[in-house]
Design a protein around this ligand. Sequence first.
Ligand code: NAG
Ligand code: NAG
Ligand code: NAG
Ligand code: NAG
Ligand code: NAG
Ligand code: NAG
Ligand code: NAG
Ligand code: NAG
Ligand code: NAG
Ligand code: NAG
Length: 706
Amino acid sequence: MATLALVRTLQLILFNCLLAAGESVASQALPGCKDECGNLSIPYPFGMTPGCYLNESFLITCNTSVNPHRPQLVNGNLEVTSVTLEGQVEILHYVAKDCYNRNGTTADRNFPQLRTAMFTISNDRNKFIAVGCDTKAQIWAEREHNNNTYFTGCMAYCEKTDALHLNDSCSGVGCCQVSIPSGLKNLNMSVSSYYNHTRVWDFNPCSYAFVVDESKFSFSDKSFGELAHKEFLPMALDWAIGNEPCNVSEHKPDYACKRSSICYNPENRSGYLCKCKDGYNGNPYHPDGCEDIDECKDSSLHNCISERNCFNTPGSYKCFCTKGFYGDGEKDRKGCMRNQANVIKISIVIGLCVLVVIVGSSWLFFINKKRKLLNMKKKFFKQNGGLLLQQELHEQRVSTETVKIFTAEALKNATKNYDESQIIGKGGFGTVYKGILKNGTEVAIKKSKVVDQSQIKQFINEVIILTQINHRNVVKLLGCCLETEVPLLVYELVSNGTLSKHIHCEDKAFSISWGIRLRIATESAQVLSYLHSAASIPIIHRDVKPTNILLDDNYTAKVSDFGASRLVPMDQTQLSTMVQGTLGYLDPEYLCTAQLTEKSDVYSFGVVLVELLTGKTAHSFEGPEEERNLANHFVLWLKNDRLFEILDNKVAKEGAVEQIKEVAKLAKKCLNVKGEERPSMKEVAQVLEDVRRLRCEHPWAEVAVN
Ligand SMILES: *[C@@H]1O[C@H](CO)[C@@H](O)[C@H](O)[C@H]1NC(C)=O
Ligand SMILES: *[C@@H]1O[C@H](CO)[C@@H](O)[C@H](O)[C@H]1NC(C)=O
Ligand SMILES: *[C@@H]1O[C@H](CO)[C@@H](O)[C@H](O)[C@H]1NC(C)=O
Ligand SMILES: *[C@@H]1O[C@H](CO)[C@@H](O)[C@H](O)[C@H]1NC(C)=O
Ligand SMILES: *[C@@H]1O[C@H](CO)[C@@H](O)[C@H](O)[C@H]1NC(C)=O
Ligand SMILES: *[C@@H]1O[C@H](CO)[C@@H](O)[C@H](O)[C@H]1NC(C)=O
Ligand SMILES: *[C@@H]1O[C@H](CO)[C@@H](O)[C@H](O)[C@H]1NC(C)=O
Ligand SMILES: *[C@@H]1O[C@H](CO)[C@@H](O)[C@H](O)[C@H]1NC(C)=O
Ligand SMILES: *[C@@H]1O[C@H](CO)[C@@H](O)[C@H](O)[C@H]1NC(C)=O
Ligand SMILES: *[C@@H]1O[C@H](CO)[C@@H](O)[C@H](O)[C@H]1NC(C)=O
């Protein structure tokens, strides 16, 4: 739980960090708005598309038909070269020219105008400058606060001797300049001459006039030549929001200064501007407002001893002395002094705390994990009917010695964690692993398929019945394990494999002899007879077949796999169930009526007898239709008196005629279509025992040859 919470917290912190990082690199434009045109970044309140600017006055259009794209102010299509949030925009504006031919006629002349909407011409950055040696220049404009026309200008005259020794200053010789007042807008310019440049034409055929950003233009004797090729020069414009000061605007609904910003009135202009509070940066006009600066991250922004002694606060930071130091940490770098004794004391305390926390949390973690595992085991135990089993065992007074409940751990160790190499059998029922218990006992561990909840009681009963069957020819159930998702059953290990392996083997020379076959048949019949009648509650095995008859080293039969078996309550002789069994061994009557009786086992046992006689498999997918089912095939041949032809070679060689005939006759009875007419298992066992006692010397093969 604690670790989970910690992970959550870390995730949250990480997420917030990413978010913060995303924001700090985010554009200064509104979300979803383009913020660049060419290489100019355009912050809000300016914008290029509807919804991205504060209002039309702040619209900058991006002319995408030129490369690089050119940002321009709508009125006049003037290129914008910079936009600042401190209330200025820089544009390129026309140079006014007045040029003459040698004979004094006008060659080229223009009268630039500027419509500035809510912009005013920056008076502190710009100057009105005229250049030429026969020059008079005028500027008209409106003043923002009263719409009055403003008019000024300057003139410059020089002769060739002066022009060759021009100082690098605009001081009236070849160049004149005037300052402009604040709040000018809607500007007209004109430049003209006194003598149509006739006197100076050979070194100065033109006059020029322009309003220019002072810092971007410096006059020199080269200016005459350079200006001949210049159509535009940079000019700075001022902007502000609205035309009322802060104290009025801040109460209005469209107040533009957002979170953590303050309003200020630009000098000598109307309207207001916003800026981030100290300790914040970002775009004060952006709906998200300004962001706190983490001063601690940048040593030039704080004066604490180190970043570790610095604590960022909204808009500011605080210095503190780290543990082991004392003093007035807030003051400056010398504020904190080392306290040796404290260092040791405090580090010991911290160390101990950390140790306690680590030990404690890992202990908790361990306990928690263990409890979870235990809970899961308990759940499986319950789900698999463990409680029921315990109760039953208690009631039936079955000692824990006869049925042992194994732990999941023990079986896992016994099978090397269910290693593939330990598998000794696989089938519809599940997988059987070989295992060696701690005490050295070899066991077979059957991992069932998932048990149907409704069958749990049956499963439990079977486990109990099996522990009660103490028959030397039944595979002994040693115990079970219910702590795992699927129940595990632990049996004694029967070393020599299944009967099927021994009668259907490829190399007939290794197949078992007639005598042993007869003994196995007798033993199996006795077991079934016992199950049907001698056991405390009759049990129908339901899946009698050679693969379920195991052999030990002495070829003693051990009947196994009671997975499908059913208990028949005392007062009932038949029981309806879902038809279940193995193809080739299924009682045809049961198949039709779904009424399960002991006689179904008799039928299956008849098939086993036929297999013992013929060495053929109960059902094959090859050969002619009538030969696929061994039982039918056998009955047919017997009827035609052709038994000898389908006998297993070994049986024919070793078995006495009387014995074989008797067994064949018995098999035929068992395979009777009508269950009622089949002998009981007890009778079958008796017949087989009698057959074994027959003392006959002559094997069939010899008789046949003779
Ligand atoms: C824009 O790009 C041009 C050339 O590509 C460069 O001279 C100019 O300084 C750039 N302007 C800005 C604001 O980056
Ligand atoms: C874009 O610039 C080109 C070239 O200067 C000009 O011809 C065109 O009119 C401009 N377009 C807009 C929409 O201003
Ligand atoms: C003056 O010179 C220009 C070209 O230099 C010429 O086109 C024009 O006709 C001339 N005018 C007179 C009155 O000579
Ligand atoms: C200058 O040129 C204008 C027309 O171009 C002409 O009317 C005027 O007389 C000229 N002045 C002198 C002094 O040549
Ligand atoms: C500038 O010129 C235009 C027409 O050329 C005129 O309408 C406007 O009033 C002039 N502006 C000023 C301030 O004189
Ligand atoms: C200036 O003129 C504009 C439009 O011509 C008008 O809206 C504004 O009120 C005038 N300002 C003053 C101070 O007269
Ligand atoms: C150039 O500047 C010097 C002083 O800096 C001054 O003495 C001189 O008269 C100036 N010459 C012209 C042509 O203005
Ligand atoms: C733009 O907004 C400002 C302040 O919000 C306002 O004073 C001005 O009249 C508006 N201009 C237009 C064209 O809407
Ligand atoms: C705003 O402040 C100015 C002085 O800065 C003052 O003259 C004016 O009355 C104030 N207006 C309001 C609405 O407070
Ligand atoms: C504002 O106007 C006053 C008086 O006109 C002037 O002294 C001051 O320099 C101006 N400030 C700016 C930034 O132009």
